[in-house]
Design a protein. Structure first.
Length: 376
């Protein structure tokens, strides 16, 4: 029987855990909804990336001496390794943290290609990092003892510890994230307009999550090939850097990066590379729905930021905006035809079709077909 998120939270609270930060994960969604209900905004921070969350939690510990909790999907552990080893490690500042990791790609559990290797090496990776851990599943009647065990290690040894959470561990929490009732486009409608206005020679790099899935399905519906699209199914936050690398290598081809707000915020520093290199053939489209949609719909910092203003402040990119189909149809021509780099922010509403599929082409086949397209 799955664990009630409230019971899990109560166990953490009984040990004095009061500060939570991290990057949302679908396996931890129900627990995060519970935190939203029980914790004030100043003690539950959705961070830009997992390394930021570790550093943020470390600062809280230094000030309060209470062990914080950092949550993440295991694919984000790479972002956290640096501060875990060079900040929190006992050989450095010896900072105790409780790290809660969703175990995507667990061996024997069907998952997407980008999670398979990470899931397979998960245990060895934790052991190599020297992080004590407990594994918790939906049938675990010892989860409270496991929480107590790792927190005791964290306190006694002043080091980070891990709770590794299997798929299906938490039962559904009563609250749902309320989606705004507005007239913005949905992402698929906006992508239809965007793809209609790009020529057959354009190179497209799309971000992690539902954006790439919808682009794949739009191509299928139209009977088109997928050769001009690089679907970045993993490595969240890096599609703009991938696109920049291609744009620099192919200066006479138009390169269009289709990004997301959560992904863009995760590695915002890539904007400085774009501004520094100023590739005239680089087009950056931001699909901004202000949430981490693929992993539960939690708000991103984009809700309180003007991302176009940030891009404009970094410099070089010509900035365009669209919030309606007519806006998009009007502005996309100027966005594409001006001398780049150019940036187009498309405000969209959260949500997608319930029957949205996943790419049926293997990532390595997508890569090979895409590379042939680049060299036409």
């Amino acid at each position: 029987m799955a664990i009630k998120p409230t019971d899990f939270y109560d166990q953490l609270a009984s040990h004095g855990v009061e500060f939570f930060t991290g990057v949302p994960d679908s396996l931890l969604k129900e627990f995060c909804l519970c935190i939203d209900d029980r914790i004030s905004n100043d003690k539950h921070i959705i961070a830009a990336n997992e390394g930021n969350a570790v550093a943020l939690a470390s600062g809280y510990y230094l000030a309060q001496e209470s062990i914080p909790l950092v949550y993440m999907q295991n694919s984000g552990l790479g972002n956290a390794v640096n501060p875990l080893l060079s900040l929190c490690d006992p050989d450095v500042y010896s900072i105790p943290l409780l790290v809660m990791i969703g175990w995507r790609g667990e061996p024997g559990v069907k998952d997407e290609p980008q999670h398979v290797t990470q899931g397979r090496v998960q245990i060895e990776l934790l052991e190599a990092l020297g992080l004590p851990y407990e594994i918790i599943s939906k049938d675990d009647d010892q989860f409270s003892n496991k929480i107590s065990n790792v927190i005791e290690i964290a306190r006694n040894e002043n080091k980070p510890v891990v709770l590794l959470i299997k798929k299906g561990t938490f039962e559904k929490y009563k609250n749902e994230i309320v989606q705004p009732d507005d007239q913005r486009m949905n992402r698929e409608e906006a992508l239809e307009i965007i793809l209609e206005n790009l020529d057959d020679n354009s190179i497209i790099v799309s971000t992690t999550g539902k954006t790439s899935r919808e682009i794949f399905e739009i191509r299928e519906k139209r009977g088109q090939t997928h050769e001009q699209d690089f679907l970045t199914v993993g490595s969240m936050g890096h599609c703009s850097s991938i696109a920049l690398g291609i744009a620099l290598a192919k200066p006479h081809r138009e390169v269009v990066c289709i990004d997301g707000d959560g992904a863009m915020l995760m590695h915002l520093g890539s904007l400085t590379s774009i501004a520094s290199m100023k590739p005239k053939n680089f087009r950056h489209i931001l699909m901004n729905n202000e949430v981490h949609e693929s992993v539960g719909g939690q708000e991103t910092a984009a809700k309180n930021l003007d991302l176009s203003a940030i891009v404009e402040a970094v410099g070089s990119s010509k900035v365009f905006k669209a919030a309606t189909p007519n806006d998009l149809k009007t502005n996309i021509t100027n966005f594409i035809t001006c001398s780049g780099p150019s940036f187009l922010e498309v405000k969209i509403k959260p949500g997608s079709r319930e029957d949205l599929g996943r790419p049926t082409v293997k990532p390595v086949d997508n890569k090979e077909n895409f590379m042939k397209f680049l060299n036409k």
